[in-house]
Design a protein around this ligand. Structure first.
Ligand SMILES: [Zn+2]
Length: 373
């Protein structure tokens, strides 16, 4: 059944039962019976028959069924909480954002607010007879990838929190994961790139390693904390308790401060100041780019992955920092003379973590379709 689903997912266009038999090497009758089960369970849908021109019955193209099973992604970050609902066909069928300041927020109150929001979303889906496969929480911190327990989220000011439990949703499976890894998963699905290092600068700077088409989780998901790579051991104190971490140079709050702008300046306003050519802001971006490049160079030297994808809302700042970043990377990566090092903006847009979270839920459905029949 997995083979059949994979053949349908991997095809660029809707395929027929005969196409699936050819692609998988399975007998036509076997494919037909598996497809029939998947159609009756509403995982697949049949499109109107297409006459091929040759003799025989017209082919019935198959595709993943829309609005039958969905995954929900929920993201909590310093500036907003938001959700995305994605169906098997890949359509975002619902999404929403509640803006607020969640820096040093109370985890119980914040998760309760998120729980209220999500309960309404689930009720609405259930009214439409849409099945919810699960909910994935995208959290900006160290999350145990096996248990979903949040150890620390420095920019929320949270420590040792069972976020899934606090959400209070009991009728669908809930698991938390690191937000940058989920954003990188969305990028992997959308861009088709199979090997890249992901960095998403915001107040903090998330990271993920994508190698051979998989997001690397290490022993328990605690890795790729690029925001806490040391740029200067005697630098300013960081939210993590150490000094001189990258996010103190290239995080949004740090850039705003270095640009001489008031605390709380929005990203849009920062970009306006840069567009106007303000020399202090431009110098701040140059310094941020150099620091970012130095940290990325360490990462490239360690991993041997030469594509760097910058995502998240602050990727729009890349236009002002990328030259300094590139110079810094090239100065420090040992292999630089022998290979191209690519630094690009993500193809996914902002809020990709919540979408990646929903896609991660669906990925599990597609890996085990029999569980949904
Ligand atoms: Zn730090």
């Amino acid at each position: 059944m997995q083979l059949v689903m994979r053949a349908i997912i991997e095809s660029q266009y809707p395929v027929s039962r005969a196409d699936v038999a050819t692609a998988t090497g399975l007998a036509r009758a076997t494919v037909s019976s598996l497809v029939d089960s998947l159609v009756s369970a509403n995982l697949l849908m049949e499109l109107p028959p297409v006459t091929t021109g040759s003799a025989g019955r017209p082919a019935i193209p198959l595709q993943l069924a829309p609005r039958s099973i969905v995954g929900i992604g929920l993201e909590i970050n310093p500036d907003f909480l938001g959700y995305a609902v994605i169906d098997l066909s890949g359509d975002v069928i619902d999404e929403g954002i509640e803006r607020g300041s969640f820096i040093n927020s109370d985890p119980v109150a914040t998760m309760r607010q998120a729980g209220v929001l999500i309960r309404d979303v689930i009720a609405e889906l259930q009214d439409q007879a849409i099945r919810v496969a699960g909910l994935r929480l995208a959290m900006p911190g160290l999350v145990n990838s096996k248990t979903g327990f949040l150890e620390v989220a420095p920019n929320l000011g949270w420590k040792h929190v069972d976020v899934a439990e606090l959400l209070g949703i009991t009728d669908v499976p809930v698991l938390a994961e690191n937000e940058a890894k989920l954003a990188a998963f969305a990028e992997l699905k959308e861009s088709g790139r199979k090997d890249f290092l992901w960095a998403s600068p915001e107040v903090g700077i998330g990271g993920a390693i994508v190698s051979d088409g998989r997001v690397y989780s290490g022993q328990n998901g605690w890795n790729s904390e690029i925001g806490h790579i040391v740029v200067d051991p005697s630098g300013p104190p960081c939210s993590c308790g150490a000094r001189g971490c990258l996010e103190q140079y290239a995080g949004r709050v740090a850039i705003t401060k270095a640009a001489g702008l008031p605390e709380g300046t929005s990203l849009v306003d920062l970009i306006e100041v840069l567009k106007a050519g303000d020399p202090v802001a431009l110098a701040a971006m140059d310094a941020a780019g150099r620091a970012f490049g130095a940290a990325l160079a360490d990462w490239v030297n360690l991993m041997g992955i030469f594509t760097l994808v910058i995502g998240g809302p602050c990727r729009d700042l890349l236009g002002w920092g990328v030259d300094a970043m590139r110079t810094s990377v090239h100065e420090r990566v040992l292999a630089a003379p022998f290979t191209d090092i690519t630094i690009v903006k993500s193809v996914t847009e902002e809020n990709s973590a919540m979408k990646g979270a929903a896609l991660a839920v669906l990925d599990e459905v597609l890996a085990q379709p029999a569980a949904w029949i």
